[in-house]
Write a protein that binds this ligand. Structure first.
Ligand SMILES: *[C@@H]1O[C@H](CO)[C@@H](O)[C@H](O)[C@H]1NC(C)=O
Ligand SMILES: *[C@@H]1O[C@H](CO)[C@@H](O)[C@H](O)[C@H]1NC(C)=O
Ligand SMILES: *[C@@H]1O[C@H](CO)[C@@H](O)[C@H](O)[C@H]1NC(C)=O
Ligand SMILES: *[C@@H]1O[C@H](CO)[C@@H](O)[C@H](O)[C@H]1NC(C)=O
Ligand SMILES: *[C@@H]1O[C@H](CO)[C@@H](O)[C@H](O)[C@H]1NC(C)=O
Ligand SMILES: *[C@@H]1O[C@H](CO)[C@@H](O)[C@H](O)[C@H]1NC(C)=O
Length: 523
């Protein structure tokens, strides 16, 4: 049986967020499977092809069962997680037995299920293709691809010294088993066994029931290519196999999955692994109005979970704001440090760039302190009253909060508002502007920003920042990994983003506006 946690947002958000579910006239049924991966216990030891196949078969057997269950529930598309067949921690050579050479579906048409003898050494492709065909659904899985190089399509590219590319790869099969898409992960995360493809690949495929889908993998979700390149092409449905290690308070799996769906105004089909030893859990099906997700709690049995949801087809003609707007923002952002129109905002007095009406009434919050969230030095101010207004800035980037705490019982919890503007450099490099309201892990200010999963206080709040990007990902994470749909979200033309939320169902762990400054990543 499946237990769904369903959060519906029935409130009309703003005039900017005006499409409600009732406007949708087309629906489909999507499924994602959170897979309790059976690992190879010795990934650094090379295996024969036969042994590698035997290992993968254990995971494929589970995929077979779940594909049948998904089909019984009407699923038209099913997504399996990253690394779900082979696992991780391989070296470049120890993964050899797991590799198959996946033909490029843009170059040739191949149905591995009906033409099994066309290529040798393609047992996994064959089985996945037949799984799609037998269950009559589109199927997305992640596997390891070997491409001899230099690639014919790109003879000038540098080829690894062993004469082959090894790629972390999504494959998509049509409901008759045809291989319709192949995507090579671009933003690797400590994956010694894999290469970065010579060019970022922007890969989509079309379905009869929901139109176009785009492909990405795990860490890709934080970067412009391929993710935002897909969104800017008007792709509104993104497929996201992942092996995501949760990182509170800002990057828990389901928290960021929902935030991305809301911030990019897309549907996200996210399938994570379940692997407690690596803190991997949390999958879901997200639309801009609803979330069907699963996030196991500590101590829950370590098992897989199939999620199935009816999903609206989003208007394929809607393509965000125009690109010129972003260039406008980029330009004003890059000049703001030198100058002029936005005024100067020091850490101690942030009266200018934040929201006019509200901010001008608020005295600058003086007692700021620095504390890190995932190694990024956030500037924080404590929320030391039951209600009030606070501002906090990091350089010229300021965050504003209006809040009213509703403590339960006599809980003494510490909350703080933090701002960060800068480049994250630990385990990957990406430029950010973040406003984060967090529950501190302890009663000491230095614990603000540390991981904490539970809280007792509810809060009504309005969180606002003026961002130099239109890619701001909003989240409200309540106690025990429960998501709440922000009651009201608004983005103004000047980059100001406002998130308002009240009448919380759960207690507040984090409320965040996570801005990605893609244009500054290479500076
Ligand atoms: C999201 O997309 C819908 C169209 O599907 C559009 O009507 C709505 O305004 C968009 N929301 C935002 C916040 O841009
Ligand atoms: C948004 O929806 C409301 C209620 O249906 C309607 O009154 C309003 O005109 C719509 N706004 C836009 C910009 O379409
Ligand atoms: C195995 O991979 C996980 C996830 O990528 C990583 O956290 C861990 O450090 C790796 N373990 C070893 C022994 O390399
Ligand atoms: C597959 O391998 C066999 C045995 O090595 C060989 O005879 C055959 O030509 C190969 N088939 C293809 C399509 O490469
Ligand atoms: C709350 O903090 C502010 C500084 O941010 C300080 O001026 C004020 O006295 C504090 N109030 C209480 C009740 O501690
Ligand atoms: C943000 O704060 C950190 C820590 O105080 C500081 O080093 C950094 O220069 C600030 N960023 C900006 C843009 O001022």
């Amino acid at each position: 049986m499946c237990l769904f946690v369903v959060v519906f947002c029935s409130l009309a958000l703003t005039s900017a967020v005006n499409q409600t579910e009732s406007d949708v006239d087309s629906w489909y049924v999507a499924a994602v499977y959170e897979h309790n991966l059976i690992l190879n216990p010795e990934p650094d030891v090379p295996l024969s092809r036969l042994d590698a196949l035997q290992h993968m078969q254990k995971n494929l057997d589970i995929y077979e069962e779940q594909a049948a269950r998904a089909a019984q529930q009407g699923a038209q598309i099913l997504v399996f997680p990253e690394d779900g067949l082979h696992g991780f921690n391989f070296s470049r050579s120890s993964i050899s037995g797991y590799l198959e050479t996946i033909p490029d579906p843009q170059q040739e048409s191949w149905n591995p299920c009906t033409e099994p003898d066309k290529y040798n050494n393609t047992e996994v492709l064959h089985q996945l293709s037949c799984m799609a065909r037998r269950n009559n659904l589109y199927l997305v899985a992640n596997m390891a691809d070997l491409q001899p190089c230099p690639l014919k399509t790109d003879p000038s590219s540098s080829c690894p010294s062993d004469g082959r590319w090894q790629f972390n790869t999504n494959v998509v099969f049509r409901s008759d088993g045809l291989l319709v898409a192949r995507y090579h992960k671009h933003n690797l995360y400590f994956e010694q066994s894999f290469d970065t493809p010579p060019q970022p690949e922007i890969i989509t495929f079309d379905t009869p029931f929901a139109g176009r889908f785009g492909l990405m993998i795990c860490f890709d979700i934080l970067f412009h290519k391929p993710t935002i390149a897909l969104v800017e092409k008007g792709v509104r449905q993104l497929i996201f196999p992942t092996a995501w290690m949760n990182l509170l308070p800002l990057l828990d799996s389901v928290q960021f999955q929902q935030a991305f769906s809301l911030g990019a105004n897309v549907t996200l089909l996210a399938a994570n692994l379940r692997k407690d030893q690596y803190n991997m859990r949390g999958s879901g099906i997200y639309t801009p109005f609803s979330a069907t997700y699963h996030h196991a709690q500590k101590g829950d049995p370590e098992e897989g979970r199939l999620l199935v949801a009816r999903v609206p087809v989003l208007d394929p003609l809607w393509v965000g704001q125009s690109v010129t707007t972003e260039e406008g923002l980029v330009r004003s952002e890059s000049t703001s440090s030198t100058a002029t129109d936005s005024g100067v905002c020091h850490q101690e007095s942030c009266s200018d760039s934040p929201p006019p009406e509200t901010a001008s009434l608020v005295p600058p919050s003086s007692a700021t302190f620095i504390s890190s969230i995932d190694h990024d030095p956030f500037t924080f101010v404590l929320l030391n009253e039951t209600e009030g207004k606070v501002n906090v800035c990091n350089g010229t980037f300021c965050c504003h909060l209006q809040y009213r705490r509703l403590p339960q019982g006599d809980s003494k919890e510490l909350y703080a508002l933090g701002a960060f503007a800068g480049t994250h450099t630990m385990d990957g490099r990406y430029a950010l502007q973040v406003c984060a309201l967090v529950r501190c892990a302890g009663l000491d200010a230095s614990s603000c920003g540390q991981e904490v999963e539970e809280a007792e206080s509810k809060m009504d709040f309005l969180l606002e920042g003026k961002f130099g990007t239109r890619y701001v990902y909003p989240s409200v994470l309540a106690s025990k990994m429960v998501l709440e749909q922000p009651e009201h979200l608004e983005t103004a033309a000047d980059g100001r983003v406002t998130m308002k939320h009240s009448n919380m169902i759960g207690s507040l762990v984090t409320a965040c506006l996570y801005g990605r400054m893609y244009h500054l990543d290479n500076e």
